[in-house]
Design a protein around this ligand. Sequence first.
Ligand code: FE
Ligand code: CA
Length: 531
Amino acid sequence: MATLNRRRFLALSGLSAMGAWLGTASVLAAERDAAGLLPRNLWTSPRFASSPFTVGVASGDPTPDGAVLWTRLAPQPLEFGSGMPPRPLLVHWEVAADPQMRQVVQHGASLAHPELGHAVHVELAGLLPARPYWYRFSVADHHSAVGMTRTLPAADAPVDLLRFAVAGCQHYEEGHFTAWRHIAEEPLDFVFHYGDYIYEGASQPGVRSMNGRPFTNLRNHVGEQTYTLDDYRRRYAQYKTDPDLQAAHAAAPWFVTFDDHEVDNNWAGAQDQDGTPSEVFLLRRAQAFQAYYENMPLRRSALPRNGHMQLYRRARFGRLMDLHVLDTRQYRSRQVPIADRTQVESPARSIVGAGQEQWLFDGLADRAPRWHTIAHQVSLGNYAREKDGVIVSSDDQWSGYLDSRRRLLEHIQRTGQGNVVTACGDAHRHYASDLVQDNRDSGIISSEFLATSITSGADGQGEDEFARNTLRHSPHLRAVTDKRGYVLCEVTDKHWIGDMKILDQVMQPGGTLSRWRRYAVEHGRPGLQEA
Ligand code: FE
Ligand code: CA
C-alpha cells in the first residue's frame, strides 16, 4: 500500500505543472492513464534549457481505429544520452480532428523510459476509420511540431483510390533529403520505407571514388562505425535532425521495415559480412534492433525480445488492397557466392524463412482484397549483367536465393488473380520490371517497382553503361536509371500505377523533381503497360 500511495502522490505532483496549461480535465485524464503505472524513479518536474523535440514526430502502422504516434526526447541529439537524465518522465500527447489542434478528440500521457532512449510510442484506438488526425506532444513548457496521421478504411469498406510513396536508402553523407520534402508535399495515404534508413559506416573524409567518379561528402556522419546502442541511437538522431525527413514523417503514417544498413552491410540472419562469430554478431544486432524500434513508429508487438524483432506484418486497406510488409534479413539463410549454383538454387535456402513464407503465401491466397502489394527490401527481379566476360547477378537479393524466388512466383501464379505487385528498393536505381520464372516459359507472373534511393549514390548518371549492360542481359527489365527519387503509387479498382520520380540533383539543395517513367498494371492482366 505504501508503494501505491507513493506512486499516486508522484502522479499528482508530477502532473501539476502540466495542469497549468492543459486544464484540470486533462490532468485528470493523464493521471487516470498513468495510475498505478508510474515508476518510483519518475522525473516529476522536468525542465529543459532547450526543446527536447529536436528529432521530430512520426506516426505509423495505422489500423481502422488508430495508429502509433512517435517521438523521442533529445535536447542534445548528437551527444551520447541525447542530453537526457537517466530517468523516466511523462510526455503528454493530444490528437485532434483539425490541423490547428482545436478539436482535441483524445489526449493522455505516456512514459518516456531511459531504457528506450526516451522514445514515446503511443498506440491509439477508438478513432474513426479513413480520416486524417493531427497530433503533437508536450513536456514541461515545450511542444513538438504537429504531425498528421490517417486511419485505415474499415476492413470491408470500398476504397476508390490509394496513394502512397515507396522510398528508402537515405545515406546522410551523399545528398540533401530533397525527395523527402517532395514526398511531404504529396497527398498520401501512407509511406512505405523499404530500409537503409541509416548507414552504419564511419565518415570517409576527403575525396573518394563513387561509381567511378571523384566524390566528396555533402555532410559527415558523427562517430565511428556503429556497434553499440549509443552509436546507433546517435546515428538515428543525426539523420532525424534533417528537416526534410522530419517533414515527411509529419505528413503521413509510415510502414517501415529494415534492410541491411540499419545493422551492418549485407547481414543475413546471424551472420555479418566480416565473419564475426554468430553469437558475437547477435549482440550487435540486438543493439541495432533496439535502436530501430526506439526510432520508428512501430507497435509494441515489434519491441525486440530475446534478440528477435517481429517486423513482418500486414495491413488491409478496405476491399482495395492488402499490404504485406516483409523482413528479408532476419530469417534469411547465409549468403553464398553467386557462382555457386548448387547453393544459390538449393531448396534448403530461403530469404524469408519457412514461417514468414507460409504467412505470406496464406496472405496472398486471400481473395478479399482486390490487390496484393508485397512491400519488401531487395529486388525480386533477378537482374543480370556482364562483368569481365561473365554474367553476374547479386548474391544479396532474391537472385541469391533462387528457390525462394521460384516458390513465391509459383505461388502467385497458382493463386492466379493477376493482382500481385511488388515494391522494394536497395539498388540505388529505379528498376521497372516484369517478373517471370527463370529458365522456364512461365509467362509474366507479376511486376516490380524498385524505387531508387533518396540520396545513396549522390547525383547519379541517369541511363549509364551499367544500365545499358543490365538491360541487355535482363529481358524482362523495362527500364533502369541511376538517379535519386521515389516511386509514387496509385491504386484503383482497375489499375496499380507506379509513377517513378527523379531529381536532377541532390548535392545541391532544391533539386528539380520530374517524372522519369510511369507504368500501370491492369487488374487481372500481369505485366507493365506504359501509362
Ligand atoms: Fe542502400
Ligand atoms: Ca540495402
